[in-house]
Each structure stands twice: as C-alpha cells, then as structure tokens.
Design a protein around this ligand. Structure first.
Ligand code: ATP
Ligand code: MG
Length: 322
C-alpha cells in the first residue's frame, strides 16, 4: 500500500433508544454502549479494508474509553494518536429514531474528553507517512479541535497529500459557531467532498441554486471529486473527464433491510476514499461504497456494520441493486 490515511475527532460511546419515537424526557430503555464517533467509524472502516490509518482523539481514563480504543485496535486502526485523559470522561451520545430518516441525538462531546483534543495531540511522527486526511464536519466542534485538524491538514498538504471532507451536519450541533466558520476554510483545501443530498444546499451561494448548480460552482472552485450520498437511492459522483468537461455518474444502492442508518455515510465515505486512493475506477469505488453503506445499515450499532474487502465482494456478488 503506497498511501496512509489520517482521521481526527470524536471517539465516544453511543446508546440507542430501544423503541421508535422513544422520548428523551421520559424514562425508557437504551442499548449500548456501542463504540462510535463519525471519524472513528470512518477509521474503522478504512482499517477493515486493509488500508493503514492513524486516528487522533481523546478519551477518558474510564472503561468506555478503553472499550472504544480496544475495538479500533482490534480492527487494525493505529491508535497511538489517542490520548487517555484523566481530566474528563469519554464522550457519549444518545440516539432515538423518529422514523426511517429522522433521528434525535443528545451529544456529550465538547465537554467530554473529546473536547480536550488540541494542537499538541497531533504528533508529527505519527503523520510522517500519511498521504491523506479525512475531515468530518462534526469533528470541528471547538477551537481546540479545529486547531488540531488544521495542524494535520497543513502537514499533509505541505507534503503534497490530499484531503476529503464530509460535512456530516447534525441539527444538534448548529449552535456551535466555530464549526460553521471552519467549513469555508476546510473546503478551500478539499479534494474529495462527500456531502449527503440534504447537505448540498448548505454550500450554495443562495437559496435559488439547485444541487447541480451548487456542485458545478464547487468544482470550478477547485474541488476535484464530489460524491453526493443519497441514502436508499445510492450515490452520485461529479468530477472532470479527460476532456476536462464535467461528468456525472450515478450508481444505485443495494437492497438491504435497514436496521440502523447511523454510520452508513461514514462507512460509505471511508470505502469510497480508500478505493479511489487505491486506484479503483469511480464506478467501482461507488459500487463498493454503496455496498459498504448497505452493510452498515443492516447492523444495529454505528460501528458494527464495517466490512472487509472480501465481505464487500461477497455482498456485491450475492446482491441485487435497488
Ligand atoms: P449519516 O446520516 O450517517 O451522516 P449520510 O447522509 O452521510 O449518513 P446516507 O446517504 O444516509 O449517508 O448513506 C450513505 C450510503 O449508504 C448511501 O449512499 C447508500 O449507498 C447506503 N445506504 C444508506 N441507506 C441505505 C439503505 N436503506 N439501503 C441501502 N443502502 C443504503
Ligand atoms: Mg454523514
């Protein structure tokens, strides 16, 4: 493998409400703890594909932290960049599903050990042979975390590396001002942009723009590859062909039973980015990424549906597309 990926941000435990529409203001049952955090799920999926990946984060010196780190280690993630802090506990999230698409979260991230992740935690030695950085919008939750991401970004870009960015917007995080402000900065360095269908509009210059117009403007600003994740509909790629004209490639998703949609986007992004860097064609990378998303939604727990390349190949071989 002639490339190595870096991911940075929240590592936490997640608890899932047992019932649909379960309220957070009434006593109910939750299952968990499940290891979670979008950039951690991303790293786990990259590692499962056999691609080297370094993950930077902070957890508490508690059992939740140990559980999360052990899990990443077991799946092959390089965990030397994870700091065990004694000043704060491991982050957490509670999730409840309203229906197939909508869910509510209660996050405990900026005030947990994750919130202490900062510039000094990014060890240059661990980044030495990293050629790609993946940034999750949800990881830009504080000045400190943004500073940490910027450090890694500068180091990797200076060496001629590439950047991917998944906005991963959560309505519960809209009140974090630093997050919004840092998006513009990250976008300037982004080579592969991976928004969900519903997030494209956030990057429009005005409300009258449609998805295609926004995408074209972003490509003209210098982003090389854009993949719009469309849930059960699959995913659409926009980029340039050999004649330098914009090409659009849509690949349908696979049929599967959706048990828990959290983590699908992270697994999709991890598989797409890994396989593009490995030299797969766009069509093939999209097909494998769709398979990765489909396998993710079919398991309960955000990180439980990560897959190896052989598992993806077997799933594709045995599957029908939607
Ligand atoms: P997240 O909510 O985790 O941020 P996302 O919006 O980033 O998710 P989605 O579009 O929901 O990402 O899912 C990513 C990919 O996973 C889709 O493009 C698709 O390939 C696959 N996927 C998601 N939901 C389903 C489903 N119900 N059936 C089959 N494939 C699915
Ligand atoms: Mg997402």
């Amino acid at each position: 493998m002639n490339f190595k990926i870096c991911s940075i941000g929240e590592l936490l435990v997640e608890f899932l409400a047992k019932e649909q529409n379960q309220r957070f203001d009434q006593t109910g049952e939750f299952i968990g703890p499940f290891p979670s955090g979008a950039p951690a799920i991303f790293a786990d999926q990259v590692a499962k594909l056999g691609v080297p990946v370094v993950f930077f984060s902070c957890v508490g010196k508690d059992t939740f932290g140990k559980m999360c780190v052990n899990r990443l280690k077991q799946d092959g993630v390089i965990t030397d960049g994870i700091t065990f802090h004694n000043k704060a506990n491991t982050g957490s999230a509670f999730v409840s599903y309203r229906n197939f698409n909508e869910r509510d979260f209660i996050f405990n991230i900026p005030n947990s050990a994750c919130g202490l992740l900062s510039f000094n935690h990014i060890n240059e030695n661990l980044l030495k042979d990293c050629t790609h950085l993946h940034v999750m919008g949800s990881s830009l939750y504080s000045f400190r975390a943004i500073d940490a991401v910027r450090k890694a970004l500068d180091i990797i870009k200076r060496k001629g590396g590439t950047i991917s960015f998944d906005p991963n917007l959560r309505k519960e995080m809209f009140n974090i001002q630093e997050m919004e402000q840092s998006f513009g900065y990250i976008m300037e360095y982004t080579d592969i942009f991976l928004p969900s269908e519903s997030e494209v509009n956030y990057f429009a210059d005005n409300n009258n723009e449609n998805e295609q117009e926004t995408i074209i403007k972003l490509l003209q600003k210098g982003i090389k590859h854009i993949v719009v994740k469309c849930g059960v509909k699959g995913a659409t790629y926009y980029g340039y062909d050999e004649q330098n004209t914009i090409k659009k490639i849509h690949v349908d998703s696979f049929t599967t039973q959706s048990i828990d949609p959290t983590g699908a986007g992270d697994c999709f992004s991890a598989t797409f980015v890994s396989l593009m860097l490995a030299g797969f064609s766009v069509e093939k990378a999209l097909q494998y990424a769709n398979a990765s998303g489909a396998l993710a939604v079919s398991q309960k727990g955000p990180m439980e549906g990560t897959s190896t390349l052989t598992e993806l190949e077997r799933f594709i071989f045995n599957s029908k597309v939607n």
